[in-house]
Design a binder for this molecule. Structure first.
Ligand code: GLN
Length: 189
C-alpha cells in the first residue's frame, strides 16, 4: 500500500508525515507516474487556483480523475476539496468528480481562521474532532448519494463522502488526531 500526496503547493508535507507516523507508506506526487503507482491520493490544502493551474500544467487532472473513477480513495482537504468539487461557483472546476457545490473563502475576513470541535459519527465514539479551518471553503450543497460527515453548529457542511471520495473543509493533517486519515485509509481494498 502506498499513498500519494499531491505535492504541487500547500500543506503536503504534513499529510506525508501523518501517514508515515501511522506506519503507512506515502510519497509526494508531482508527475503522472507518481500517481500511477499509488493506491490512494490526498490533495492537500493550499491555494486551489495554484494547485489547479499546476495540475493542468503537469497533466495530472485526467490521471486524478481516473483514480477517482477507478474507486481508489481520494481525499481533498480544504483547497483539495475545491480541486475535487464539480461546482466551485463562478470559476471553472478542476478535477470535478465530487458531487458538491463549494464556496471558496466562505467564512469572511473576520474569521479567516478558526477552530471547532466537530461531532463526526463516522469516526466512531467521542471525543469530538478538533478541526482547524484556514481561509476555508464550505460545502453549499451536496448531490444525491453524498454522505454528510460533519456540520458546524449552524448546519454548515464541512465534511462529506461519496463512496471512495472524501472531502473536508478543514486540516486534519495539522492536528495529532489520525482519525480522518484512518477513515480515508479504510476505503483501501
Ligand atoms: N482559500 C484557499 C482556496 O480557496 C483554501 C485554503 C486552504 O486550503 N487552507 O483555495
Amino acid at each position: 500500500m502506498n499513498i500519494a500526496v499531491l505535492a504541487l503547493q500547500g500543506a503536503f508535507r504534513e499529510h506525508v508525515s501523518m501517514l508515515k507516523q501511522m506506519g503507512v507508506e506515502a510519497h509526494e506526487a508531482r508527475l503522472p507516474e507518481d500517481l500511477a503507482r499509488a493506491d490512494g491520493l490526498i490533495i492537500p490544502g493550499g491555494e486551489s487556483t495554484t494547485i489547479g493551474k499546476l495540475a493542468r500544467a503537469y497533466n495530472l487532472i485526467e490521471p486524478i480523475r481516473q483514480m477517482a473513477r477507478a474507486g481508489k480513495p481520494v481525499w481533498g482537504t480544504c483547497a483539495g476539496m475545491i480541486v475535487l468539487a464539480k461546482d466551485i461557483g463562478p470559476e471553472p472546476p478542476h478535477v470535478a468528480v465530487m458531487d458538491v457545490k463549494v464556496q471558496r473563502n466562505a467564512f469572511g475576513r473576520q474569521v479567516d481562521s478558526f477552530e471547532a470541535d466537530l461531532d463526526v459519527p463516522a469516526l466512531g465514539p467521542p471525543p469530538p474532532f478538533h478541526a482547524i479551518f484556514i481561509r476555508a471553503p464550505l460545502i453549499e450543497s451536496v448531490g444525491a448519494g453524498i454522505e454528510v460527515l460533519a456540520q458546524l453548529d449552524d448546519g454548515t457542511i464541512v465534511a462529506a463522502r461519496q463512496g471512495n471520495l472524501l472531502v473536508t473543509s478543514f486540516h486534519p493533517e495539522l492536528t495529532r488526531d489520525p482519525r480522518f486519515h484512518r477513515l480515508f485509509l479504510d476505503r483501501l481494498a
